[in-house]
Design a binder for this molecule. Structure first.
Ligand SMILES: [Zn+2]
Length: 237
């Protein structure tokens, strides 16, 4: 019994298994909730997330021949070549159970890589079924990120606009009066990250749109609604 079948059997669930073999690219700027959605797809559907950054780090730490090449390139300050990234994806695809769907994250970023990915997937009897973009409104995203802060003692999350403590300046959970904000939760950083995201997706979005496999989900909706929208897409509803 494969991993996916076993998972489905254990959960006695049909809906949790549908669409599990689907291979997708998940796109979204930092703060859009891409990480949370990917985690849910991994937990609920047994999908595997292939993030370029994670794969590079894992291979480097594994100390394989390829890992040592990656280490040398990274230490020299150069960018890891397309050829190395392709080898990495190829190896990771080879390790998967045939029933496991894949979530690509951080790849592809160029038209050439789009073609390479098609070839790699085909070599493993797979194809890319959907490209899902968590669409955000930049100003709303900035407001969402810039306003957030946490209790310095217990970590409870708050927001200047959307979730203030019931008593001003006092944590609802632990009563602490000290709060903190992340240094990179400022407007300039968020806008810079948005610009980087756009630059990275601009080359590939039109290609997938033209193929008819691009789907946009409202990334500003609450987490459960976003998950439901993604599920509907994967299940072909
Ligand atoms: Zn607290």
């Amino acid at each position: 019994m494969g991993i996916e079948e076993k998972r489905c059997f254990d959960r006695l669930s049909i809906t949790g298994c549908r669409g599990s073999r689907v291979n997708i690219i998940l796109l979204g700027p930092p703060g859009a909730g891409k990480g949370t959605q990917a985690e849910r797809l991994v937990a609920d559907r047994g999908m595997v997330q292939l993030s370029t950054g994670d794969m590079l780090r894992a291979e480097k730490n594994a100390g394989t021949d390829l890992g040592n090449r990656i280490k040398a390139v990274m230490e020299s300050g150069a960018l890891v070549s397309d050829e190395i990234v392709s080898s990495l994806i190829d190896e990771n695809l080879a390790r998967l159970d045939a029933g496991q769907g894949v979530i690509f994250d951080g790849y592809p970023r160029t038209a050439a890589q789009v073609e390479t990915l098609d070839g790699l997937l085909a070599a493993h009897g797979r194809k890319l079924e959907r490209v899902i973009e968590l669409a955000v409104d930049e100003d709303s995203l900035v407001a969402r990120i810039v306003g957030r802060y946490t209790c310095a003692r217990c970590g409870a999350g708050y927001h200047d606009t959307f979730r203030q403590p019931r008593v001003a300046g006092t944590c609802d959970v632990c009563g602490s009066h000290e709060f903190k904000r992340r240094a990179d939760d400022n407007e300039e950083t968020v806008r810079t990250r948005m610009a980087e995201y756009r630059a990275k997706t601009e080359p590939i979005i039109p290609i997938y749109d033209a193929r008819g496999i691009l789907r946009r989900v409202d990334g500003m909706a609450d987490i459960d609604r976003v998950s439901a929208a993604i599920a509907a897409i994967l299940d072909g509803r």
